[in-house]
Design a binder for this molecule. Structure first.
Ligand SMILES: Nc1nc2c(ncn2[C@@H]2O[C@H](COP(=O)(O)OP(=O)(O)OP(=O)(O)O)[C@@H](O)[C@H]2O)c(=O)[nH]1
Ligand SMILES: [Mg+2]
Length: 458
């Protein structure tokens, strides 16, 4: 993966398929000369006008044919994305034309770029740190605007600055401790209170970042919301109504849905992964029985439940069993079929789970669904305390936890009166996960994991 930077690489950087514009990008020491073989610029040489679009023609230099008209942009190494010479050629977004431009570029001496190789070079050349590298990919793949905003800030270095300042504090603490070990009798002697204070500061900062992952995970993966209830209460009807699409089969017969179906919706910029599933009921059919087992598992793993009741029928033991079984999960109690004459004892149900929010709807008629969505957001979203920085990746959270562990242990040691070498040794344990987090410790495995998620051309 960490291979030679000597080759000049080329790839189409715009998405596959026809489009208004297509961009072919080259990076490497020969980028300018290779690009000029395949593109004839009208007017002043590109070196004389870096960073500007120069009009010209795509040339098949083998057949002396003009293939397209477009623009050529040259970025000198000091100002480019990869910190190497970069050329971007804007052509019409025709997949055959773009493929031909790449073929010609390869003929002229370039090599096809691997996924994420432009960004890999930016990283290896010190233009971006590994946190920013991930932020670029997150930004490109963001499925909500909120996530895109967080990723853009991280690309601008917001999270990196935070992590690097933590590193500076940690290194400073270590050097203070080491000096006081070397010169125990001089003024360098560090008071346990000072060490405790510094460690506490570090721990607080780490804990805040670790906690922010709750929000980050929701941003990246969305909230999983399972639609739960007895058979025939209208789960699939509600699922379809929320999706605004006839996705799940609805029939008047109990036991219609047997497997589970997932679909995403966005509520106020928050991604929700809705799961429609088999209803709970007495069954002798093995397929239905398996369906119910799956429902049980999905419901247990979900971030929140819509527990649906049919108001046109008298509640029974099964409804109450469900409320009891999932009493510890975050949920909204949904009274469905409110367009029909109610037979249910509302108060009995509400009293059964007193702290659960209640929404009355008709899934069939689409009544009160906005209120339901609002309630889903309020009930299922993690605490939206304004976070300065949000961790979006689990592996980053794990590394932060690995940093926290030795520091917390060191604090315990200082509190119990330990000192010197043993505390220093413990604190040093935080340096490896920290280095992995910043990318200063380059691990092949981590890099491969990150870059394999990139597109070719980025
Ligand atoms: N009147 C009325 N009927 C509804 C409403 N919601 C669902 N129904 C009807 O109730 C019946 C069952 O609906 P489904 O959505 O299939 O119910 P389900 O909970 O998915 O059922 P299973 O998949 O069998 O567990 C269908 O005939 C729906 O048209 C509602 O709000 N009002
Ligand atoms: Mg169903």
């Amino acid at each position: 993966m960490i291979q030679t930077l000597e080759d000049t690489i080329i790839a189409v950087s715009t998405p596959p398929g026809p489009g208004g514009i297509g961009i072919v990008r080259l990076s490497g020491s020969e980028a300018l000369s290779i690009a000029q073989k395949i593109f004839a610029i009208k007017g002043l040489a590109p070196e004389k006008r870096p960073g500007t679009l120069c009009f010209g023609y795509l040339l098949d230099f083998e057949r002396q044919e003009t293939l397209d008209a477009g623009y050529f942009c040259y970025f000198p190494a000091l100002k480019s994305y990869t910190r190497e010479e970069v050329v971007e050629i804007n052509l019409h977004g025709s997949p055959v034309l773009l493929a031909e431009a790449v073929r010609l570029g390869i003929k002229a001496g370039a090599r096809l770029a691997r996924p994420g190789e432009f960004t890999l070079r930016a990283y290896l050349n010190g233009r971006l740190d590994i946190i920013q590298v991930e932020a670029i990919n997150d930004l490109i793949r963001a499925s909500t605007l909120d996530q895109a905003k967080v990723s853009f800030n991280q690309l601008q270095g917001s999270l990196s600055r935070k992590i690097f300042s933590t590193r500076d504090k940690l290194v400073e603490l270590l050097s203070l401790l080491e000096t006081s070990l070397e010169f125990p009798d001089e003024d360098h002697g560090l008071q346990p209170e000072t060490i405790k204070g510094l460690l506490n500061d570090l721990l607080k900062c780490l804990e805040k970042l670790i906690k922010s992952y709750e929000q980050g995970r929701v941003m990246m993966e969305g909230l999983t919301v399972a639609l739960l209830g007895k058979t025939n209460v209208g789960k699939s009807t509600l699922f379809n109504a929320l999706l605004e699409e006839e996705r799940s089969i609805v029939t008047p017969h109990p036991g219609t849905t047997r497997d589970y179906i997932r679909e995403n919706i966005q509520v106020d910029g928050v991604l929700m992964r809705l799961v429609d599933m088999a209803g709970f009921g007495l069954t002798e059919h093995p397929v239905e029985e398996e369906g119910i087992k799956r429902s049980q598992k999905v419901a247990e793993e979900a971030d929140g439940l819509l527990l649906i009741l049919d108001v046109s029928r008298k509640e029974d033991l099964q409804d109450l069993n469900l409320l009891e079984r999932f009493k510890n999960k975050k949920k909204v109690l949904v009274f469905n079929k409110c367009d029909l004459k109610p037979e249910i004892d509302w108060n009995r149900m509400i009293e059964f789970c007193p702290d659960t929010p209640v929404v009355k709807i008709s899934a069939l008629r689409g009544t009160n669904l906005d209120e339901l969505k609002r309630q889903m957001l309020t009930t299922f979203s993690p605490d939206q305390a304004k976070q300065e920085e949000i961790i979006l990746h689990e592996h980053q959270k794990i590394l932060l936890e690995k940093m926290k562990e030795p520091l917390a242990k060191a604090l315990g040691m200082v509190e119990s009166g330990y000192g010197g070498e043993i505390v220093v040794e413990e604190i040093r344990g935080a340096l490896t996960p920290l280095g992995q987090l910043t990318g200063e410790i380059k691990s092949q495995e981590v890099l491969e994991g990150i870059f394999k998620r990139f597109c070719v051309g980025k």
